[in-house]
Design a protein around this ligand. Structure first.
Ligand SMILES: NC(=O)c1ccc[n+]([C@@H]2O[C@H](COP(=O)([O-])OP(=O)(O)OC[C@H]3O[C@@H](n4cnc5c(N)ncnc54)[C@H](O)[C@@H]3O)[C@@H](O)[C@H]2O)c1
Length: 341
């Protein structure tokens, strides 16, 4: 027997970048709770196939966000707004810094203005802005706390432009909160991983998993001693509506991620062990991977006290589980070792 359909809520949510990796998981949750969802995505890094092919409560608008906001009818009002559209990934940011800077600042500015210009009957819609652990810059102390001071590298090193653009987005969202009472929430996502994540823009885990599936060498940049904390998107995405739905969280910044660090070398070994792959690990210079002058951070780890106290956030999915599920999701597009191309 088919499961009973979810009763429709009266909420209408806007998700920018909803065909992307994190956005598509969020859209799935909002549809599952009965909301109507409008997704705006230009498919620059997202995929239409990340979303249901057709769903009576889902509307997909393939367009640049600023243009789509401009084109939406005057009566178009949203109850909740989630801004995930961004130029993401170290490779993309280094390859086309102008596009990355302009996208990440201008789209957020347009979205926040839209939220003020189209209030609901109860006032401006609660609006969540996704920021990044990159805003911690060189990270003066670990784990990173939301109110820490930050230090960036010089403007001659283009990788810092992403951090600065995201920091401007945060300033804007908080300024709209204080000047216009916009119920804004800023989330700083740390390394988020899981099914549907693509490796072609420089994301480490899908790159490793795809290589392991194909039996190709796994390329670790540098000596692999740099560490990160990886959190499954299925732990991350449910936290977003919970934070936005709680008025006590408005006007605040929250880290979201996992707390357990793993070195990138150990990550590569874990992928090999979990998938039973025979891929060798090879080390590649940062200069070869990203060009000369690239600065990487030795460690990046969140302090989760604030988000834990706010909504009881505790990631539950193990890295091994994430690797297996990511492999299954990539398996549909990546050839398995020995299979014809
Ligand atoms: N995945 C992570 O580890 C991570 C870490 C830190 C921050 N974030 C943030 O989370 C958000 C989502 O990231 P993701 O990992 O899902 O990346 P993603 O690339 O899968 O998603 C971004 C989406 O935005 C869309 N997009 C880009 N420019 C657009 C434009 N001008 N108009 C409309 N759509 C546009 C892309 O097509 C894509 O679908 C981003 O804001 C990102 O900065 C992600």
């Amino acid at each position: 027997m088919a499961p009973a359909p979810t009763p429709a809520s009266s909420r209408h949510c806007l998700v920018t970048g909803g065909a992307g990796f994190v956005g598509s998981h969020l859209v799935g949750l909002l549809l599952a709770r009965g909301d109507r969802v409008t997704v705006v995505d230009d498919l620059s890094t997202g995929r239409r196939a990340n979303l249901p092919a057709s769903h009576e409560r889902l509307r997909f608008i393939e367009a640049d966000l600023r243009e789509a906001l401009h084109a939406l009818g005057k009566g178009e009002v949203f109850d909740e707004i989630y801004h995930l559209a961004a130029a993401v990934g170290v490779k993309l940011v280094i390859a086309d810094p102008i596009r990355a800077i302009e996208t990440n600042i201008e789209q957020a500015a347009a979205l926040l203005r839209f939220a003020i210009d189209r209030p609901t009957a109860r006032g401006p819609a609660p609006t969540l802005i996704t920021s990044s652990s990159e805003v911690y810059g060189k990270g003066l102390r670990s784990p990173f706390r939301e109110d820490d001071d930050v230090v960036y590298g010089p403007t001659t090193v283009s990788r810092w432009s992403y951090a600065c653009a995201k920091a401007i987005d945060e300033h804007l969202a908080l300024a709209y909160h204080s000047q216009y009472s916009l119920p804004a929430v800023v989330v700083r996502l740390f390394n988020t991983v899981g099914p549907r994540q693509a490796g072609e823009y420089g994301m480490v885990l899908p790159r490793f998993v795809a290589a392991a599936i194909e039996g190709r060498p796994i390329e670790v940049y540098g000596d692999g001693s740099q560490s990160r904390c990886f959190c499954d998107v299925r732990d991350v995405a449910p936290a977003l509506p919970r934070l936005l739905g709680d008025a006590a969280c408005h006007g605040r910044v929250f880290n979201i991620g996992a707390e357990t660090p793993i070195t990138i070398r150990r990550l590569a070994e874990t992928v090999i062990e979990t998938l039973g792959s025979r891929s060798p690990i090879v080390h590649v210079d940062y200069a070869q991977a990203y060009g000369s002058g690239f600065e990487d951070l030795a460690a990046r780890r969140p302090d989760l006290t604030r988000v834990r106290e706010a909504i009881g956030f505790t990631p539950a999915i193990t890295l091994e589980q994430t690797i297996r599920d990511l492999a299954s999701s990539l398996g549909a597009t990546a050839p398995l070792a020995g299979s014809p191309r």
